[in-house]
Design a protein. Structure first.
Length: 235
Protein backbone atom coordinates (compact mmCIF):
# COMPACT_ATOMS: atom_id res chain seq x y z
CA UNK A 1 0.00 0.00 0.00
CA UNK A 2 1.01 3.65 -0.40
CA UNK A 3 3.03 5.07 2.49
CA UNK A 4 3.00 8.66 3.74
CA UNK A 5 6.68 9.31 3.10
CA UNK A 6 6.53 8.57 -0.63
CA UNK A 7 3.19 10.35 -1.01
CA UNK A 8 4.80 13.50 0.38
CA UNK A 9 7.76 13.05 -1.94
CA UNK A 10 5.45 12.72 -4.94
CA UNK A 11 3.59 15.87 -4.00
CA UNK A 12 6.85 17.77 -3.48
CA UNK A 13 8.47 16.60 -6.73
CA UNK A 14 5.36 17.38 -8.77
CA UNK A 15 4.53 20.70 -7.13
CA UNK A 16 6.01 22.78 -9.94
CA UNK A 17 4.43 20.66 -12.67
CA UNK A 18 1.16 22.53 -13.08
CA UNK A 19 -1.02 20.41 -15.38
CA UNK A 20 -4.51 18.95 -14.85
CA UNK A 21 -3.32 15.34 -14.57
CA UNK A 22 -5.13 12.14 -15.51
CA UNK A 23 -8.66 10.90 -16.06
CA UNK A 24 -9.80 7.36 -15.33
CA UNK A 25 -12.85 6.00 -17.15
CA UNK A 26 -14.97 3.05 -16.08
CA UNK A 27 -18.32 1.65 -17.13
CA UNK A 28 -20.66 -0.57 -15.13
CA UNK A 29 -23.70 -0.69 -12.90
CA UNK A 30 -24.57 2.41 -10.87
CA UNK A 31 -26.54 2.83 -7.65
CA UNK A 32 -29.81 1.94 -9.33
CA UNK A 33 -28.30 -0.84 -11.40
CA UNK A 34 -28.36 1.24 -14.58
CA UNK A 35 -25.29 1.05 -16.82
CA UNK A 36 -23.21 4.12 -15.90
CA UNK A 37 -20.00 5.90 -16.89
CA UNK A 38 -17.58 7.12 -14.22
CA UNK A 39 -14.76 9.63 -14.59
CA UNK A 40 -12.17 9.89 -11.81
CA UNK A 41 -9.43 12.53 -11.71
CA UNK A 42 -5.91 11.80 -10.45
CA UNK A 43 -3.39 14.62 -10.05
CA UNK A 44 0.26 14.39 -11.11
CA UNK A 45 1.09 13.90 -7.42
CA UNK A 46 -1.30 10.94 -7.23
CA UNK A 47 -4.12 12.68 -5.34
CA UNK A 48 -7.71 11.76 -6.17
CA UNK A 49 -9.13 15.17 -6.98
CA UNK A 50 -12.64 14.66 -8.34
CA UNK A 51 -15.24 12.18 -9.56
CA UNK A 52 -18.37 12.16 -11.67
CA UNK A 53 -20.87 9.38 -12.48
CA UNK A 54 -23.88 9.42 -14.84
CA UNK A 55 -26.10 6.89 -16.64
CA UNK A 56 -24.77 5.75 -20.02
CA UNK A 57 -28.14 6.46 -21.64
CA UNK A 58 -27.83 10.09 -20.57
CA UNK A 59 -24.16 10.50 -21.47
CA UNK A 60 -24.39 9.00 -24.94
CA UNK A 61 -27.93 10.13 -25.62
CA UNK A 62 -27.66 13.91 -25.36
CA UNK A 63 -25.22 16.36 -26.94
CA UNK A 64 -24.99 18.55 -23.83
CA UNK A 65 -24.36 15.57 -21.52
CA UNK A 66 -21.64 14.17 -23.79
CA UNK A 67 -19.93 17.55 -23.95
CA UNK A 68 -20.03 17.82 -20.18
CA UNK A 69 -18.17 14.51 -19.86
CA UNK A 70 -15.61 15.58 -22.48
CA UNK A 71 -15.01 18.72 -20.44
CA UNK A 72 -13.93 16.42 -17.58
CA UNK A 73 -11.47 14.72 -19.95
CA UNK A 74 -10.14 17.77 -21.76
CA UNK A 75 -6.47 18.55 -21.00
CA UNK A 76 -6.08 15.29 -19.07
CA UNK A 77 -4.18 12.14 -19.91
CA UNK A 78 -6.42 9.09 -20.23
CA UNK A 79 -5.47 5.89 -18.41
CA UNK A 80 -5.99 3.14 -20.99
CA UNK A 81 -6.71 0.43 -18.44
CA UNK A 82 -8.85 -1.45 -20.96
CA UNK A 83 -7.31 -0.55 -24.34
CA UNK A 84 -9.90 -2.63 -26.15
CA UNK A 85 -12.74 -0.55 -24.66
CA UNK A 86 -11.61 3.00 -23.85
CA UNK A 87 -11.12 4.17 -27.48
CA UNK A 88 -14.64 3.01 -28.33
CA UNK A 89 -16.09 4.93 -25.40
CA UNK A 90 -14.23 8.09 -26.39
CA UNK A 91 -15.21 7.77 -30.04
CA UNK A 92 -18.83 7.35 -29.02
CA UNK A 93 -18.62 10.36 -26.69
CA UNK A 94 -17.05 12.49 -29.42
CA UNK A 95 -19.83 11.55 -31.82
CA UNK A 96 -22.57 12.17 -29.26
CA UNK A 97 -21.04 15.57 -28.49
CA UNK A 98 -21.15 16.41 -32.21
CA UNK A 99 -17.55 17.62 -32.32
CA UNK A 100 -16.35 18.57 -35.81
CA UNK A 101 -13.48 16.41 -37.11
CA UNK A 102 -12.11 15.51 -33.70
CA UNK A 103 -12.18 11.71 -33.91
CA UNK A 104 -9.01 10.27 -32.45
CA UNK A 105 -8.12 13.37 -30.42
CA UNK A 106 -7.31 11.16 -27.41
CA UNK A 107 -4.77 8.87 -29.09
CA UNK A 108 -1.62 10.70 -27.97
CA UNK A 109 -3.16 11.33 -24.55
CA UNK A 110 -3.62 7.67 -23.69
CA UNK A 111 -1.10 5.74 -21.64
CA UNK A 112 -0.93 2.24 -20.22
CA UNK A 113 -0.50 2.00 -16.42
CA UNK A 114 1.07 -1.44 -16.93
CA UNK A 115 3.62 0.07 -19.33
CA UNK A 116 4.34 2.87 -16.87
CA UNK A 117 5.06 0.28 -14.19
CA UNK A 118 7.46 -1.48 -16.55
CA UNK A 119 9.28 1.83 -17.00
CA UNK A 120 9.73 2.07 -13.25
CA UNK A 121 11.25 -1.41 -13.08
CA UNK A 122 13.62 -0.56 -15.95
CA UNK A 123 14.56 2.79 -14.41
CA UNK A 124 15.44 1.09 -11.11
CA UNK A 125 17.59 -1.44 -12.93
CA UNK A 126 19.52 1.35 -14.64
CA UNK A 127 20.00 3.24 -11.37
CA UNK A 128 21.21 0.07 -9.65
CA UNK A 129 23.73 -0.52 -12.43
CA UNK A 130 25.04 3.04 -12.01
CA UNK A 131 25.36 2.56 -8.25
CA UNK A 132 27.25 -0.70 -8.72
CA UNK A 133 29.65 0.98 -11.15
CA UNK A 134 30.29 3.68 -8.56
CA UNK A 135 30.70 1.09 -5.79
CA UNK A 136 33.44 -0.56 -7.84
CA UNK A 137 35.40 2.69 -7.45
CA UNK A 138 34.31 3.56 -3.92
CA UNK A 139 33.52 0.76 -1.46
CA UNK A 140 32.00 3.24 1.02
CA UNK A 141 28.94 3.63 -1.25
CA UNK A 142 25.99 1.53 -0.15
CA UNK A 143 23.60 -0.47 -2.29
CA UNK A 144 20.19 0.90 -3.13
CA UNK A 145 17.37 0.01 -0.73
CA UNK A 146 13.68 0.45 -1.50
CA UNK A 147 10.54 0.73 0.58
CA UNK A 148 8.66 -0.78 -2.37
CA UNK A 149 10.74 -3.72 -3.58
CA UNK A 150 10.09 -4.62 -7.23
CA UNK A 151 11.23 -7.85 -8.84
CA UNK A 152 12.80 -7.67 -12.29
CA UNK A 153 10.97 -10.89 -13.12
CA UNK A 154 7.47 -9.67 -12.21
CA UNK A 155 5.04 -10.21 -15.09
CA UNK A 156 2.59 -7.35 -15.70
CA UNK A 157 0.43 -8.23 -18.68
CA UNK A 158 -2.66 -6.24 -17.80
CA UNK A 159 -4.06 -3.82 -15.26
CA UNK A 160 -5.32 -6.58 -12.98
CA UNK A 161 -1.74 -7.89 -12.66
CA UNK A 162 -0.63 -4.39 -11.68
CA UNK A 163 -3.41 -4.04 -9.11
CA UNK A 164 -2.33 -7.28 -7.44
CA UNK A 165 1.34 -6.26 -7.38
CA UNK A 166 0.31 -2.91 -5.87
CA UNK A 167 -1.70 -4.67 -3.18
CA UNK A 168 -4.72 -2.46 -3.87
CA UNK A 169 -7.97 -4.12 -2.89
CA UNK A 170 -11.12 -3.57 -4.97
CA UNK A 171 -12.87 -0.49 -3.58
CA UNK A 172 -16.21 -0.73 -1.83
CA UNK A 173 -19.19 0.60 -3.77
CA UNK A 174 -21.39 -0.13 -6.73
CA UNK A 175 -19.61 -1.76 -9.71
CA UNK A 176 -18.75 1.39 -11.67
CA UNK A 177 -17.55 3.34 -8.64
CA UNK A 178 -15.59 0.35 -7.32
CA UNK A 179 -13.81 -0.07 -10.66
CA UNK A 180 -12.98 3.60 -11.18
CA UNK A 181 -11.84 4.13 -7.59
CA UNK A 182 -9.71 0.97 -7.62
CA UNK A 183 -7.97 2.15 -10.80
CA UNK A 184 -7.39 5.61 -9.33
CA UNK A 185 -5.92 4.15 -6.13
CA UNK A 186 -3.61 1.90 -8.14
CA UNK A 187 -2.39 4.92 -10.12
CA UNK A 188 -1.71 6.66 -6.81
CA UNK A 189 0.47 3.70 -5.82
CA UNK A 190 2.34 3.85 -9.13
CA UNK A 191 3.03 7.56 -8.54
CA UNK A 192 4.37 6.82 -5.05
CA UNK A 193 6.70 4.10 -6.33
CA UNK A 194 7.92 6.37 -9.13
CA UNK A 195 8.56 9.18 -6.63
CA UNK A 196 10.61 6.85 -4.45
CA UNK A 197 12.59 5.77 -7.52
CA UNK A 198 13.37 9.32 -8.66
CA UNK A 199 14.37 10.42 -5.14
CA UNK A 200 17.60 8.49 -5.69
CA UNK A 201 18.70 11.32 -7.98
CA UNK A 202 18.34 13.79 -5.12
CA UNK A 203 20.31 11.61 -2.70
CA UNK A 204 23.07 10.49 -5.08
CA UNK A 205 24.63 13.14 -7.27
CA UNK A 206 26.34 10.63 -9.56
CA UNK A 207 22.96 9.02 -10.39
CA UNK A 208 21.52 12.42 -11.27
CA UNK A 209 24.55 13.24 -13.41
CA UNK A 210 24.19 9.95 -15.28
CA UNK A 211 20.41 10.00 -15.73
CA UNK A 212 19.26 13.60 -15.52
CA UNK A 213 17.00 15.51 -13.17
CA UNK A 214 14.11 13.85 -11.35
CA UNK A 215 10.92 13.59 -13.39
CA UNK A 216 7.35 13.78 -12.02
CA UNK A 217 5.98 10.67 -13.82
CA UNK A 218 7.13 7.63 -15.82
CA UNK A 219 8.02 8.60 -19.42
CA UNK A 220 4.95 7.30 -21.25
CA UNK A 221 2.60 8.75 -18.64
CA UNK A 222 4.48 12.05 -18.57
CA UNK A 223 4.26 12.34 -22.36
CA UNK A 224 0.50 11.72 -22.29
CA UNK A 225 0.03 14.36 -19.59
CA UNK A 226 2.11 16.91 -21.48
CA UNK A 227 0.24 16.36 -24.75
CA UNK A 228 -3.11 16.45 -22.97
CA UNK A 229 -2.32 19.72 -21.21
CA UNK A 230 -2.14 21.40 -24.63
CA UNK A 231 -5.34 19.84 -26.01
CA UNK A 232 -8.41 22.02 -26.47
CA UNK A 233 -11.70 20.62 -27.65
CA UNK A 234 -14.35 22.81 -29.39
CA UNK A 235 -16.95 22.33 -26.65
Amino acid sequence: MTDAVTDEAAASDAAAFQVPGTAVLAMGGGDDGAESLAVWHVSVAGALTGAWVAPVAEVFGARAAARRVLAFLERRAVAAVYPEKVPGWLEQLTGAADLPERNGWWKRQEFSPAEAFGEIVERRRRYADTVEEERARNKAITELEWVHELSDSVEIGCFEDLRRVAGVRPAVGNPVVSEALTIARTLRWVVSVWAETEKVKNRRRYVREAHGEAEPLPPSWLSAVQVASETRLPL
